[in-house]
Design a protein around this ligand. Structure first.
Ligand code: PEP
Length: 252
């Protein structure tokens, strides 16, 4: 059975002290939580990964990186390699976030390389993708999403593909306060599962967690998560306050 996942992407927010406070609040709120079919992941900035891993020890909170370089090592000033992440106890990496695609020119081709490097280093991947507003307005959203999956991930063999978590994030809903309706999310997630069944098989399609991301907050989380093919969320803004993040986890 696929797992429900709530992942908080802190982006370029929280200094060391603030990150510590946030983890403390989340840990406290999750003390008596049942994690049987649920995963909670937080993704601090690189500089706070090490300390966050230490502070989440003996809890069920997992720690993800927000990005990673595709090369093993080398002269790439300012970049971080996969084994530097695993070395400090990180086991998940977010790849393909729309902000990386938009501001850092990350293409599907580059992302395919990053995915390979991550999996080769035993990092689980949260792979983000989603259409622009213009794509939706021109009814190209299904085509765009299928293309992102195909170019970024479909070179993977079935066994490797099962180590990927998908995060459908319509770009027009990220950080804008505008959310896809639960019906729009369900429609796309069901389409994604169809595409996966066609590429791999039904069993694989049904075993992959597909998260929704885009202005999820305590007020709308329950309705979105109630949809059959929505297996949780990738949360930006609302993951920065422990009360909001906990309320979203509660909604799953
Ligand atoms: C995100 O950045 O992945 C995201 C979904 O952000 P927000 O929740 O703030 O829209």
């Amino acid at each position: 059975m696929r797992k429900n996942i709530v992942a908080g992407n802190w982006k370029m927010n929280k200094n060391l002290k603030e990150a510590k406070e946030l983890v403390k609040g989340i840990r406290k709120g999750l003390k008596n939580n049942n994690f049987e079919n649920k995963r909670v992941i937080v993704a601090p900035s690189f500089i706070n990964l090490n300390s966050t891993v230490k502070r989440t020890k003996k809890s069920n909170i997992e720690v993800a990186a927000q990005n990673m370089h595709e090369a093993k090592s080398g002269a790439y000033t300012g970049e971080v390699a996969a084994d530097m992440l695993t070395d400090v106890g990180v086991n998940v990496v977010i790849l393909g976030h729309s902000e990386r695609r938009m501001y850092f020119n990350e293409t599907n081709e580059l992302l395919a390389k990053k995915v390979n490097t991550a999996l080769a280093n035993n990092l689980e991947v949260i792979f983000c993708f989603g259409e622009l507003l213009e794509d939706r307005k021109t009814e190209k959203h299904f085509e765009v999403v299928e293309n992102q999956l195909s170019e970024g991930l479909f070179h993977l063999l079935k066994e490797d593909f099962s180590k990927v978590i998908l995060a459908y994030e319509p770009v027009w809903a990220i950080g804008t306060g505008e959310t896809a309706s639960p019906e729009q999310a369900q429609e796309m997630h069901a389409f994604i599962r169809e595409v996966l069944a066609k590429k791999y098989d039904e069993k694989t399609a049904n075993s992959i967690s597909i998260l929704y991301g885009g202005s999820v907050k305590p007020a709308n989380a329950k309705e979105i998560f109630s949809k059959e093919d929505v297996d949780g969320g990738l949360i930006g803004g609302a993951s920065l306050k422990s009360e909001d993040f906990l309320a979203i986890i509660e909604a799953i």
